[in-house]
Design a protein around this ligand. Structure first.
Ligand code: ANZ
Ligand code: ZN
Length: 831
C-alpha cells in the first residue's frame, strides 16, 4: 500500500504521475543540453553539473538517492536560471565487488555488471533525474578502457608510470594489493580483513612528481571547495620543510642520508635509526647482528604504518653493529633498526635527538642511550622527566651556534652543512606514489608486454584496446597469482619490438584510474580519436559543480586533480583543476549508525519509493539538513513530505480558472509583497546551495497561499495565481513530477521543467521603511528606520540593543518596554 492523501478521484497520487511525466520529458528531450560538441547557436552560458558516478553493485541505494537529489536540484536550478546545463550519467563499472559477486553466483562479471546498470538506469528515470542520456558511458566498455591504456602509455613514455618493487598493503582476503587510501585503520576498506605488508613488483603513477603543484593549485579551489576537504588534502600531501644531512659510516666509504625538520638539533643527535624493513638496514647490518636483525625485521613487516607510528606503542629495535659519525661533533653514534621509522618517508633513516623528540626519547630510555639537551627552554631535564623538550628557546651545547633561536639556528646550521658538503635544505612529502596494479580480473589490462630481450615494451597505440580475455572470470586468484596469468593464450604474445616470445603484463589497473578522467569524456562518449573530444572539453569543462561524498577527499578527488594536471602537461586540456566547485553530501544513516546488513538497519530505497513516491523521497532527503550533513532516516518524515506536496497540489485545484492570464500587477499588493519576498529568499538560498532552507521557504509560501485562498484575497486574485505558478516552478527542482502536475492543473503549458525560475520583483521585495522614535524614560534617545510591518518583538529587540539607548540607560536595569509598532518604543528603566 502506498501513502495517498485522501481517497477518491480527486486525490494526490504520487505514483500515478511518474510514468506520465517520464514520457513527456523524454518526448520533449527536456534535459538535453544544446550543442554538446557542435555549435547549435545557443548563447546561454553553459553549466556542467556532475555527481560522482555510481558503482553498479545492485539497484540504487539510499546514498544514491541523496547525492542525485542534491545534484539534480542544482542542475534544474541552473537550467531555470537560463543556463545551458549538462548533467551527465555514466557507470563506474569495473572493480572487485562485481568480480566477487560474480564468483558467488557463478556468473560472468560482465553479465552481472551490465544487468545492474540497466536496473539503475531505470531507477534513475523513475526518480526524475534530469540527465542528458546521450552522455552515458560505462568504464568497463573496451571503448572506454582503451583510453585508460592510452593515457597509461603516455605516462609511461614520460616516466610517470613506473614498475618497481615496493612494500605494499596486501589484503589476504581479496588477494590483491590496496592503495594507502584503501586501508582504513589497518584493514581492507572493502572486506575488513587485516592488511599485511608484502614486497611486490608493482606499477605506480608518480603522483609525488606533482606533490608541489597539487598543493599550490589549491589556491584556485579555496572558497569553492569545502575547507575541510582542502585541509585533508593538504595533510595527506604533507609537505615538511627541513634538511638532508649526510652521516659518514665508521669503517665504510659511503654515508647515510637522513631527513630532519630540525637540523638545529644536530648537536643533540646521539644515535641513528633506520627503518627495519628498508634495504638500507639490511645493507648496514654487521654480520654478527644479522640473526637478531632478521627475526626483528620479519615481525616489523607484518605491522601497518599506522600501528608503527602509534605513540603508545612500546619502542622496540635492534642494534645493527655499526656507527655513524655526527658531522658537527665528530662523535660516533650507534645505528639501530626500529619500527618507528618508516621506510617510505623521507630517506627511511633519521638522526635521533632524544632530548627533543618524544619517540627518540622513549627509544633512548628503552635502550639506555645518551640524552643531550641542545635547546634551552626552561623546561626540566628530559632524561629525568621522560618528557622531550618541544618548545622554542635558544641553542646550548652547540659550539658557535649557542644562543641562536630555533629559526636562526635552522638556517645557520643548514648553511654550514651546505658549505661543508654534508647536507642541504630539503623537503619531504607524506604523499606516496599511486599504486596502480591490482591482481584481479575485472579491470583495465595494463598495456605492457614483458620481453626477455627488450624488457618492458609498450603495446603500440594501434593495437589498443588490449581486451580482457573472455574466460578470465573463471580463474580465481590463488596464492597471489593474478587470474590473467592463467589465461595462457592471452598472456603469450610476440614482443612488439623484436617479435620474440614475450608475455603480457597480468595486472589490471586500479579503478580510480577510470574515475580520474571520466568526466572529460561525457560530452562525447563515443569519441574515437582520443580519450575525449577536445571540442566537448572546450565547451563544458572544467566541471562547474561537482557533487559527491567526502570519503573521496584524499582518494578520487586527489587522483582526478593529478590526472588533470598530467593531461594539461600532455596538451590535452587547457586547465589544471577539474572541479571548479565541490559540494559534499552527507550519508544517509539509520538510528545513528551507518546502514549495514549486519546491523540490520538497512533502509531500502525502492521500498521508500514504493511507499511515498519519488518526489517525497527526494524532498525528504534534501529537506533533512544542509547537503553536507548526514541524514538519519529515523528522524525524517517522508509522510510529512507527501502531505506538503499534497497541499501544494490542492492549491492548484483551488485556484479560480478565471484568473488564468490575468496581470499579476492587478493582484493584492500585500500578498504579492509576501510572495516576492519568499521568491527572493528562496533564490538566495539556492544560489549558495542551502537547499534545505530553500525548501523551508517553499513550505512557507505554501501556507501563505493557503491562507490567501481561504481568508482573502481569495482564489480568484491574480496574485494568488502568480504565487502558485512561482511555487510550481521552484518546486520542480526538488519534486519534479508534482511540480509538472501542479503546472498542468493551473492551466499552464508543459513543461514546468523548461520554464524560467521566477524572478523576484525588487520593488515588492524592498520593505517600506518608517521612522521609529525610541524613548528612554520618556526622553527621545534614538530614531530607527524599520520596516512598516515589523513585528512587535523584533522592534523591541532592536530598540533595547540600540547603542544610544544603552548609553542612556548607563547600566540601569530595564523595568518595562512599551512597544507601539512601528512608530514608537518607550524603554522604562528600573529605579
Ligand atoms: C631530528 C629531529 C629532532 C626531528 C627533533 C624531529 C624533532 P614530519 O614533521 O612529520 O615531516 N623522521 C624523518 N623521517 C622519518 C621516517 N621515515 N619515519 C619516522 N620518522 C621520520 O617529521 C619529520 C621528522 O620526523 C624528522 O625530523 C625526523 O626526526 C623524523 F627534535 O629529525 B627529526
Ligand atoms: Zn623483445
Amino acid at each position: 500500500m502506498h501513502v495517498q492523501e485522501k481517497s477518491g478521484q480527486d486525490a494526490y497520487d504520487p505514483q500515478a504521475i511518474v510514468e506520465k511525466w517520464m514520457r513527456v520529458w523524454q518526448q520533449r528531450r527536456a534535459f538535453e543540453a544544446k550543442g554538446l560538441t557542435t555549435d547549435e547557436g545557443d548563447d546561454r552560458p553553459g553549466s556542467y553539473v556532475v555527481s560522482m558516478y555510481p558503482y553498479p553493485s545492485g539497484d540504487l541505494h539510499m546514498g544514491h538517492g541523496e547525492v542525485y537529489s542534491i545534484s539534480d536540484a542544482i542542475a534544474r536550478f541552473g537550467r531555470m536560471r537560463g543556463h545551458n546545463v549538462l548533467t551527465p550519467i555514466g557507470w563506474d563499472s569495473f572493480g572487485l565487488p562485481a568480480e566477487n559477486a560474480a564468483f558467488k553466483r557463478d556468473l560472468d562479471p560482465r553479465d552481472w555488471t551490465y544487468a545492474n546498470i540497466e536496473v539503475q538506469a531505470e531507477s534513475f528515470r523513475r526518480l526524475g533525474m534530469s540527465f542528458d542520456w546521450r552522455t552515458r558511458l560505462h568504464t568497463s566498455d573496451p571503448e572506454f578502457y582503451r583510453w585508460n591504456q592510452w593515457l597509461f602509455l603516455r605516462m609511461f613514455e614520460r616516466g610517470l608510470a613506473v614498475r618497481r618493487a615496493a612494500p605494499v598493503n596486501w589484503c589476504p582476503q581479496d588477494a590483491t594489493v590496496l592503495a594507502n587510501e584503501q586501508v582504513l585503520q589497518g584493514r581492507c576498506e572493502r572486506c575488513g580483513a587485516a592488511v599485511v605488508r608484502r614486497e611486490l613488483t608493482q606499477w605506480f603513477f608518480r603522483t609525488t612528481a606533482y606533490a608541489q603543484r597539487l598543493l599550490d593549485d589549491m589556491a584556485q579551489l579555496k572558497g569553492r571547495w569545502p575547507d575541510d576537504v582542502l585541509t585533508m588534502q593538504r595533510n595527506w600531501i604533507g609537505r615538511s620543510d627541513g634538511a638532508h644531512i649526510d652521516f659518514r659510516i665508521a669503517g665504510r666509504d659511503e654515508s647515510v642520508r637522513v631527513f630532519s625538520t630540525r637540523p638545529d638539533t644536530l648537536f643533540g643527535a646521539t644515535f641513528m635509526v633506520v627503518a627495519a624493513d628498508a634495504a638500507l638496514a639490511e645493507d648496514l647490518c654487521a654480520p654478527d647482528q644479522r640473526a637478531g636483525f632478521e627475526v626483528y625485521r620479519d615481525t616489523v613487516r607484518t605491522a601497518t604504518d599506522i600501528e608503527r607510528l602509534a605513540a603508545d606503542r612500546p619502542r622496540t629495535g635492534v642494534p645493527l653493529g655499526r656507527h655513524a659519525i655526527n658531522p658537527m661533533t665528530g662523535e660516533k653514534m650507534p645505528i639501530y633498526a626500529a619500527d618507528y621509522v618508516l621506510s617510505g618517508y623521507g630517506t627511511g633513516a633519521i638522526m635521533a635527538v632524544p632530548a627533543h623528540d618524544q619517540r627518540d626519547l622513549d627509544f633512548a630510555r628503552a635502550m639506555d642511550l645518551p640524552v643531550r639537551v641542545v635547546m634551552d627552554t626552561g623546561e626540566p631535564d628530559p632524561a629525568e622527566t621522560g618528557i622531550a623538550i618541544s618548545g622554542d628557546g635558544v641553542l646550548v651545547n652547540s659550539d658557535e651556534f649557542d644562543g641562536l633561536r630555533k629559526d636562526e639556528a635552522i638556517v645557520a646550521i643548514t648553511e654550514k652543512l651546505a658549505r661543508d658538503g654534508t647536507g642541504e635544505a630539503a623537503l619531504a612529502y607524506r604523499l606516496r606514489d599511486w599504486l596502480l596494479s591490482r591482481q584481479r580480473y575485472w579491470g583495465t589490462p595494463i598495456p605492457i608486454v614483458h620481453c626477455p630481450v627488450c624488457g618492458e615494451v609498450p603495446v603500440p597505440d594501434d593495437e589498443l584496446p588490449v581486451r580482457l580475455p573472455e574466460i578470465g572470470y573463471k580463474l580465481r586468484p590463488e596464492g597471489g597469482i593474478p587470474p590473467l596469468a592463467s589465461a595462457t593464450d592471452w598472456v603469450n604474445v610476440a614482443c612488439p619490438t623484436c617479435g620474440g616470445a614475450a608475455q603480457r603484463d597480468t595486472d589490471t589497473m586500479d579503478t580510480f584510474v577510470d574515475s580520474s578522467w571520466y568526466y572529460l569524456r561525457y560530452p562525447n562518449p563515443n569519441y574515437t580519436d582520443g580519450p575525449f573530444d577536445p571540442e566537448g572539453v572546450r565547451r563544458w569543462l572544467p566541471v562547474d559543480h561537482y557533487v559527491g561524498g567526502k570519503e573521496h577527499a584524499t582518494g578520487h578527488l586527489l587522483y582526478a586533480r593529478f590526472i588533470t594536471k598530467v593531461c594539461h602537461d600532455l596538451g590535452l586540456v587547457p586547465f589544471v583543476e577539474p572541479f571548479t566547485r565541490l559540494t559534499n553530501q552527507g550519508q544517509v544513516i539509520m538510528n545513528g549508525r551507518s546502514m549495514s546488513k549486519t546491523l540490520g538497519n538497512l533502509v531500502n530505497l525502492q521500498e521508500q519509493l514504493g511507499q511515498f513516491g519519488p518526489d517525497a523521497v527526494r524532498v525528504t532527503m534534501v529537506f533533512a539538513g544542509p547537503p553536507e550533513e548526514d541524514i538519519d532516516w529515523a528522524d525524517v518524515s517522508p509522510t510529512g513530505s507527501v502531505k506538503w506536496l499534497a497541499r501544494v497540489w490542492r492549491l492548484a485545484g483551488d485556484l479560480d480558472p478565471g484568473s488564468l492570464g490575468a496581470d499579476p500587477a492587478a493582484g493584492d499588493r500585500p500578498t504579492r509583497q509576501a510572495i516576492h519576498r519568499l521568491i527572493d529568499e528562496t533564490t538566495r538560498q539556492m544560489e549558495i546551495t542551502r537547499l534545505n532552507v530553500a525548501i523551508a521557504r517553499l513550505m512557507e509560501l505554501t501556507s501563505l497561499l493557503r491562507k490567501a485562498i481561504d481568508r482573502g484575497p481569495g482564489a480568484a486574485d491574480p496574485a494568488v495565481r502568480e504565487g502558485v505558478g512561482a511555487l510550481a516552478r521552484m518546486l520542480s527542482c526538488f519534486a519534479p513530477f508534482t511540480a509538472e502536475e501542479v503546472w498542468e492543473r493551473i492551466g499552464e503549458p508543459a513543461t514546468v521543467a523548461n520554464c524560467m525560475w521566477p524572478e523576484a520583483d525588487q520593488s515588492l521585495v524592498t520593505q517600506d521603511l518608517v521612522t521609529c522614535v525610541v524613548q528612554v524614560a520618556g526622553k527621545v534617545r534614538d530614531r530607527l528606520e524599520v520596516p512598516a510591518d515589523i513585528a512587535e518583538d523584533d522592534l523591541r529587540e532592536l530598540a533595547v540593543q540600540s547603542a544610544k539607548v544603552l548609553s542612556a540607560l548607563n547600566g540601569t536595569d530595564v523595568l518595562r518596554v512599551i512597544v507601539r509598532a512601528p512608530r514608537l518604543v518607550n524603554v522604562v528603566p528600573a529605579r
